[in-house]
Ligand binder design. Structure first.
Ligand code: FAD
Length: 649
């Protein structure tokens, strides 16, 4: 039996991005002793990289904006597959969450009359993104961290200890969520990255806020820690994942030089007037406005350009269509041989804005291109192409409480939770999502934990031993048996397996999908699963990135199988899921959710044959959208989206 340190808290939050920190603040303010665990340094999460802004209908830049318009835009962006109650709560509560940030010290850019400035973004009818230049996420995280420090100072005054009620465990990775014999959450098993030491935090409530899955794809804007851990932890704990086929490929990532391929070029570049051109100099987006959006977008360059000055009397340019549309258009231009020298298209602000305005409004982009690609964006166009950016699919949650389905005590918020964005997320809606639902998750997790006060779930030694053995397996892994002459072969290298996985997902389940290729992907995943069981590492547990990756592979393989299976099942194109063999949106699929469950309900992977799929897919009909919300749309528009039976109702 291993000796593993145990600590007792009320709520454990996994992840210290915006969702995790907002949840932790809420839980602590509601009286729960709260522990936050994060894989990287405190303050380094995707949230900090968010550039464009937080979408909230505050009506500062256009008085016609309100939560109903924001709700409508979000549903249109998600092609009506959004969990509509989440989209409603999100649109209603986002402004309060932004104002609250300001009271906690956030310094947003201002309008001339001193209100929080709001900028345009794709799919949003009005300028709606509260921002701080193109470093909004940095200010958001700084503010939430500052709030945490102020709460810790209060605790010091009352209890004599800063970390008595709110403590951050940084550079620690959770590998398992633990449950008691009644199926309730009882805590988490984690290791410290620096020392390799294992520890357990016992708690009745766990909030998963681990962000995205981008590292399963080769070209991605995501950084190293986004290996789908939270998605996999939930699956292994018995909670289903929802609509995992919907992966967002952001239209504008850097394409050159190769070492920075995939790094994000913020949508604010287009929101502030940047235009997309092909190698012939043509503003090609006018050729790609889909029927459902025809009436809302400018049909000529002149009208599109007039919109920046007079949005009430002109329609917006098609560069500001939702991301899925723009990404597909760029992909088509490159495929047709009209791409830029390095396989993207041109994104130009240099001919649209004076150099000093570019440097002021887009400082990070200016430096990013100057330093990484030696391109001066005030004088020349950028080369850009699609990059895997965000996952709309995620843990199936209750809209009000953020409770994960089927596992008492488990909650999820932020990018790791599914449903809110339907088949495609609008830019800016992630930062608002994580504030709105981070708060809700922290609130309900704290209430649930308080309700368990007299019957706290226990963690058994056996569970800890099993989790420890699983984490240690890469140190004793053996390669496949060779022939008698060559003896046993060395274990598999986790880096090689990771590269093969990323290549397969990029090539076979990427931006444009085909049945045969997805079947090939599933075969490749089966092969990788078998080999990943033999992934081995040398050395010891002190800071050993090869070991960490070997553990992350389990998560990436599970999540990739969910994406591939669901993508194969959904025989239509919608939002972030494009099938070349089923190129149109099919109303029959409008009210169908695909749920991924772990095939082995005990949560064990070791016992199952890795060659066999580990995921069962279940179809589920969605709840009908409430009548008063449907009334926000024109009937003609609803006809384009809703399934036949829904229209009759
Ligand atoms: P994250 O901020 O991703 O944080 C996840 C946390 O979980 C991290 O602390 C990580 O270390 C931790 N973690 C992961 N696995 C484990 C584990 N096993 N154990 C312990 N901890 C773990 N959205 C917008 O709305 N507007 C924008 O302008 C915008 N710009 C973006 C720019 C870039 C470059 C990127 C990559 C994304 C952008 N997004 C934007 C998307 C948005 O930033 C993310 O979707 C959002 O920040 C996710 O927040 P989160 O709190 O869910 O998770």
């Amino acid at each position: 039996m291993s000796v593993v340190e145990r600590q007792e808290w009320d709520v454990v939050v996994i992840g210290a991005g915006g969702a995790g920190l907002r949840a932790a603040i809420e839980a602590r303010e509601r009286g729960a002793r709260t522990a936050v665990i994060c894989k990287s340094l405190f303050g380094k999460a995707h949230t900090v990289m968010a550039e464009g802004g937080i979408a909230a209908a505050m009506a500062n830049a256009n008085e016609h904006d309100n939560w109903q318009v924001h709700f409508r835009d979000t549903m249109r962006g998600g092609k009506f597959l959004n969990q509509w109650r989440m989209a409603e709560l999100h649109a209603q509560e986002a402004p309060q969450r932004v104002w609250e940030l300001e009271t906690w010290g956030a310094l947003f850019d201002r309008t001339k009359d001193g209100r929080i400035s709001q900028r345009n973004f794709g799919g949003h009818e009005y300028p709606r993104l509260a921002h701080v230049g193109d470093r909004t996420g940095l200010e958001l995280i700084r503010t939430l961290q500052q709030k945490i420090v102020s709460l810790q100072q209060e605790d010091k005054k009352e209890t004599g200890e800063y970390e008595s009620r709110l403590k951050v465990f940084q550079e620690c990775t959770v590998t398992r969520i633990l449950k008691d014999e009644r199926g309730r959450v009882s805590g988490v098993f984690a290791y410290e990255r620096e020392t390799g030491r294992f520890f357990v935090i016992q708690a009745p409530s766990v909030v998963i806020a681990t962000g995205g899955i981008g590292k399963s794809f080769k070209v991605t804007s995501n950084s190293w820690e986004y290996t789908g851990d939270g998605h996999a932890l939930a699956l292994l704990a018995g909670a289903p994942l929802l609509n995992m086929e919907f992966v967002q490929f952001h239209p504008t990532g850097m394409v050159w030089p190769p070492s920075v391929k995939g790094i994000l070029v913020t949508e604010s570049v287009r929101g502030d007037g940047g235009v997309l051109r092909n190698s012939e100099g043509k503003r090609f987006m006018f050729d790609y406005i889909p029927d459902v959006f025809k009436e809302k977008y400018a049909q000529s360059e002149e009208e599109g350009d007039r919109w920046y000055e007079d949005p009430d009397n002109n329609r917006r340019p098609p560069e500001l269509l939702p991301r899925d549309e723009v990404a597909r258009a760029i992909n088509s231009e490159v495929k047709a041989g009209r791409g830029s020298p390095h396989g993207g298209v041109f994104l130009d602000v240099s001919t649209r804005m004076p150099a000093d305005v570019i440097r002021r409004r887009l400082p990070s982009m200016y430096h990013q291109f100057k330093e990484l690609a030696d391109v001066d964006i005030t004088a020349e166009a950028m080369e850009v192409g699609p990059t895997c950016h965000y996952v709309m699919g995620g843990i199936a949650v209750d809209s009000e409480s953020a409770a994960a389905r089927g596992v008492p005590g488990l909650y999820a918020a932020g990018e790791v939770a599914g449903g809110m964005h339907g088949s495609n997320r609008l830019g800016g809606n992630s930062l608002s999502d994580l504030l709105v639902f981070g708060r809700r998750a922290g609130w309900h997790a704290a209430e649930y934990a308080a309700a368990q006060a007299f019957e706290r779930p226990e963690v058994s030694d056996m569970q800890i031993d099993t989790a420890a053995a699983e984490a240690l397996r890469p140190f004793s892994a053996e390669g496949p048996t060779g022939s008698e002459d060559d003896g046993p072969r060395p274990p598999e290298n986790p880096y090689t397996l990771h590269q093969e996985l990323q290549q397969a997902m990029n090539d076979l389940v990427g931006i444009i999908r085909r049945e045969g290729e997805m079947e090939q992907a599933l075969e490749k995943l089966a092969d990788l699963r078998v080999r990943a069981r033999r992934a081995g590492v040398e050395g010891h547990r002190q800071f050993n990135p090869g070991w960490h990756l070997a553990l992350d592979l389990r998560n990436m393989l599970l999540v990739s199988e969910c994406v591939a299976r669901a993508a194969l099942e959904r025989t239509e194109s919608r939002g972030g899921h494009t099938r070349e063999d089923h190129p149109t949106m099919d109303r029959k699929w409008r009210n169908i959710n695909l749920l991924c469950h772990l095939a082995d309900p005990t949560g064990g992977l070791a016992a199952t044959d890795p060659e066999r799929g580990q995921i069962n897919l279940v179809r589920e009909t969605t709840d009908p959208v409430r009548q008063d919300l449907l009334a926000l749309f024109d009937k003609e528009e609803l006809v384009k989206y809703l399934a036949e039976e829904e229209l009759y109702q």
